[in-house]
Design a protein around this ligand. Structure first.
Ligand SMILES: Cc1cc2nc3c(=O)[nH]c(=O)nc-3n(C[C@H](O)[C@H](O)[C@H](O)COP(=O)(O)OP(=O)(O)OC[C@H]3O[C@@H](n4cnc5c(N)ncnc54)[C@H](O)[C@@H]3O)c2cc1C
Length: 402
C-alpha cells in the first residue's frame, strides 16, 4: 500500500515524477497477506463508528485519529471495491473479499504498484540502514549501497517468520536509537463468553480434553488440566496453546468443546452413569453429580441440560435424558472470543514506540526521511480485520507523505 500510494503520487508529481523502489527479500511479494484469514483475508472491520473502531486499538487510539482521517475503513472499502473487488461483511463486522480469496486482495495491490510505476526487486534482502545527522543516507542490499530521498519501512513483525517477517525492522530501529517495545508473548489465557465457565471460576477440570474448532472444523486437540476463571479458560495447557488459537482467531469463528471424560467413549460413559444411577435410585441428580462429572461442577453444568431438573430423582431419568447428560459431558460448549492480555483480546503488539512517530505522516521523529508502517508500530489490537486496516491506513499515510 505504501509503495503503491507513493508511486501513484509520483506519477502526478511534475515535472519529473518520482521513482519508487520496493525491496522484498522473498522471491515473491505478499507471502503473509496471502495466508491471512485462513486464505480468505479478513481485510478490515466494518465498524462505522470511528470512535468505537479506534477503541479497539487501546492506548494507540489518540495516535490513530489523524491517520484514520486520511485513510479509514470507508476508504478501504472504496479502494478495493472501486478496483473490482467487492467486500462482504460477516459476523463481528469482519469484512472479507466477496470471493473469500486473499490472493485477490494481493492482486489488487500488485496492480496498484504496477500502475504507480513502482520498480519491484525481489530476493533483495535489506541488511542494514545507514544514518547520519538525523537522516537515513542509504540501505545495504546484498552488500551494495542504495540511496534514496525517503525510506519507508514495512518489514512487519515477528509472527510467522517463514513468510519473511523476521523482525529485521525492529533490530534496525533499535540500532539507530529508536525505542522498540518487546511484543507481548502470546502465552496468555483465553477469553470465553460462556456463563457456565464463569460460574466455575477457580475450579480446575482435571485430565480433560479440549478440541478447538475453526468455523466448525476440528483444528487443535489438547489434553490436560483446564482452569476456569471469571473471564474464560486458563492453566498451563491453555496458556501454551494461545499462540495457535490466536492464528485460528485470525481466520474465523473459534469454538471449543471440553470432553470431561476423555478416557471413556460414549458407551462406556453411559454405562458408568447407569451404574451410579442404579446404586442411587432415590437420590436427586444434583446429589450424585459429583460421581458422574468433574467435582463441583453441578451448579454450572446442570442448567445446560434441556428439560432435566437438578432435583429429578435419578430412577425417573429416561434413556434419552441420560444420553443428553453423556453428550454434554463429552462436549461442554465453549465460545472463544479472544486472548486475554494487554487489552484483554490482544493478538499482536510490540514495535516502535508511538511517541517517536509523527501521527500525521508516519515519519520518525528522529530521522526526517524515515517512515514506519504496519506491524512495525507498537499498536495492540484484537483479531477481526484491525491489523490489516492498520496496514492500509499507515501504508497509505506513509506513501502520501514520504
Ligand atoms: C496467520 C495470520 C493470519 C492473519 N490474518 C489476518 C486477517 O485475516 N486480518 C487481519 O487484519 N490481519 C491478519 N493478520 C495480521 C496481518 O497479516 C499483519 O498485520 C500484516 O500482514 C502486517 O503487514 P506488514 O506490511 O506490516 O508486514 P508483513 O505482511 O509481515 O510484510 C513484511 C514484508 O517485509 C519483508 N521483509 C522483512 N524483512 C525484510 C528485509 N530485511 N529486506 C527486505 N524485505 C524484508 C517480508 O518478506 C514481508 O514480505 C494475520 C497474521 C497471521 C500471521
Amino acid at each position: 500500500m505504501a509503495a503503491g500510494r507513493a508511486g501513484e503520487r509520483g506519477k502526478t508529481r511534475l515535472p519529473a515524477g518520482r521513482q519508487v523502489l520496493l525491496l522484498e527479500k522473498n522471491a515473491v511479494l505478499g507471502a503473509k497477506l496471502k495466508i491471512t484469514g485462513g486464505g480468505r483475508c479478513n481485510i478490515t472491520n466494518a465498524e462505522e463508528d470511528e470512535q468505537v473502531l479506534l477503541a479497539h486499538y487501546g492506548d494507540a487510539k489518540p495516535f490513530l485519529h489523524s491517520p484514520f482521517s486520511q485513510f479509514g475503513v470507508a476508504d478501504t472499502f472504496n479502494f478495493f471495491e472501486s478496483r473490482g473487488l467487492p467486500l462482504v461483511v460477516q459476523a463481528r463486522k469482519r469484512a472479507f473479499p466477496k470471493t473469500e480469496k486473499a490472493l485477490d486482495v494481493f492482486k489488487i495491490l500488485e496492480k496498484y504498484i504496477l500502475m504507480g510505476g513502482v520498480e519491484v526487486r525481489t530476493k533483495a534482502s535489506v541488511e542494514k540502514i545507514n544514518v547520519s545527522d538525523g537522516k537515513v543516507i542509504s540501505v545495504i542490499v546484498d552488500g551494495k549501497e542504495l540511496t534514496a530521498e525517503s525510506y519507508i519501512l514495512a518489514t512487519g513483525g515477528k509472527s510467522h517468520p517463514e513468510t519473511g517477517s523476521t523482525g529485521d525492522g525492529f533490530s534496525w530501529l533499535s540500532d539507530i536509537g529508536h525505542t522498540v517495545k518487546e511484543p507481548t508473548p502470546t502465552i496468555v489465557p483465553l477469553a470465553a463468553e460462556d456463563e457456565w465457565v464463569k460460574k466455575l471460576a477457580g475450579v480446575t477440570l482435571h485430565d480433560v480434553r479440549i478440541i478447538f474448532f475453526l468455523d466448525g472444523k476440528r483444528k487443535i486437540v489438547l489434553k490436560g488440566d483446564i482452569l476456569c476463571t471469571h473471564f474464560g479458560l486458563s492453566g498451563p495447557l491453555i496458556l501454551n496453546s494461545a499462540g495457535d488459537v490466536a492464528d485460528l482467531l485470525h481466520a474465523g469463528e473459534v469454538t471449543a468443546q471440553i470432553d470431561a471424560s476423555p478416557q471413556d467413549d460414549i458407551g462406556a460413559l453411559d454405562k458408568k452413569i447407569t451404574t451410579v444411577f442404579d446404586n442411587n435410585k432415590n437420590k436427586a441428580l444434583k446429589s450424585v453429580w459429583n460421581e458422574i462429572a468433574p467435582v463441583g461442577t453441578g451448579n454450572a453444568l446442570l442448567p445446560l441440560l434441556n428439560g432435566i431438573e437438578p432435583d429429578i430423582k435419578v430412577h425417573s431419568i429416561t434413556k434419552v435424558e441420560r444420553r443428553q447428560i453423556v453428550d454434554l459431558l463429552k462436549a461442554l460448549p465453549v465460545t472463544i472470543t479472544g486472548l486475554m492480555g494487554y487489552d484483554r483480546a490482544v493478538v499482536a503488539d510490540g514495535g516502535l514506540a508511538l511517541d517517536e512517530v509523527d501521527t500525521r505522516t508516519m515519519r520518525s521523529k528522529k530521522y526526517s526521511n524515515l517512515y514506519v508502517t504496519g506491524d512495525l508500530l507498537h499498536i495492540s489490537r484484537p483479531s477481526g480485520g484491525y491489523s490489516l486496516q492498520l496496514c492500509w491506513t499507515t501504508g497509505y499515510v506513509a506513501g502520501s507523505n514520504s
